[in-house]
Design a protein around this ligand. Structure first.
Ligand code: ZN
Length: 270
């Protein structure tokens, strides 16, 4: 389908919209992907667009242009909306904790592609004296390898998903998506979240499973769900699995990380 047209060329290394340049080769633009000269087609028949000068097999010009325009839009913005920061747990009944709401943040400074360690994020913003990596996903999603590197560096990072965005969006629409959009943004790593998660997990007590007959138990259940000869215990499958205090489970339910004792303390203070 030939419905998508290249609307941006690179002029002096800046993504430049077709409306801002004279027609023909005088546009003085290069392909954002392959770097070959572009012709600005500004005739009466078709919507104005850029085409490669001469035959070309360049298939990714439009995607690359969108990626560049997204970066440019953020570079020009003084704010960015960021998603809420949530601490979640691997178990189903543990409650999610919100530590920061979805909010608009002031950008103190922002710079393009600079190497940090051995990764090059699309943009690095400074917000409230902290660095934030911003990755823009048009065709390449942040993979496990890159996520691990970011985690190792310990710098917060978000990914903005433009993979389903129309490729020929104008600057204002791209800007709206990358600056004010929220559904298309996700945390890849968040420093506050990791800190809070570690803090919460450090307060749990690891209870190793004890096999009794066919059942797997943990002893000293703080909620005293079951009692045997005066000793409280819980059945991992029947109790812990459905308990909001079970924040993590070991492989094959070999242990549970339980924070039920914290609630017990609070209650006894009342
Ligand atoms: Zn090209």
């Amino acid at each position: 389908m030939d419905t998508q047209l290249l609307k941006y060329g690179l002029r002096n290394d800046q993504p430049t919209h077709i409306s801002e340049v004279p027609s023909g080769l005088k546009c003085n633009c290069k392909c954002p992907h392959c770097g070959s000269p572009l012709v600005a087609r500004k005739g009466m028949q078709r919507e104005h667009h850029f085409a490669h000068h001469g035959p070309s097999s360049c298939k990714h010009a439009i995607e690359t242009a969108l990626h560049l325009v997204a970066k440019q839009a953020l570079e020009k913005s003084s704010v960015i909306k960021l998603p809420a920061v949530l601490v979640t747990f691997s178990t189903y009944y543990a409650a999610t904790i919100q530590i920061a709401p979805e909010s608009m943040y002031q950008i103190d400074s922002i710079r393009l592609e600079k190497r940090v360690g051995d990764i090059v994020p699309d943009l690095i913003a400074t917000i409230q004296n902290r660095e934030l990596f911003i990755e823009i996903f048009v065709t390449h999603q942040v993979d496990e390898k890159k996520r691990n590197k970011i985690t190792k560096l310990g710098i917060s990072a978000i990914e903005i998903d433009l993979s389903n965005a129309p490729r020929d969006l104008d600057f204002d629409s791209v800007s709206e998506l990358v600056v004010n959009g929220i559904k298309n943004k996700r945390w890849i790593y968040n420093v506050k979240k990791e800190k809070e998660y570690k803090k919460i997990m450090s307060q749990t007590i690891r209870k190793h499973s004890i096999t009794r007959g066919l059942a797997s138990h943990v002893d000293l259940c703080p909620k005293s769900i079951r009692v045997w000869q005066g000793q409280p215990y819980a059945n991992i499958i029947d109790d812990c699995l459905y308990c909001e205090h079970c924040l993590n489970m070991g492989y094959n339910m070999s242990y549970v990380d339980c924070n039920g004792h914290l609630e017990k303390q609070t209650n006894s203070e009342l």
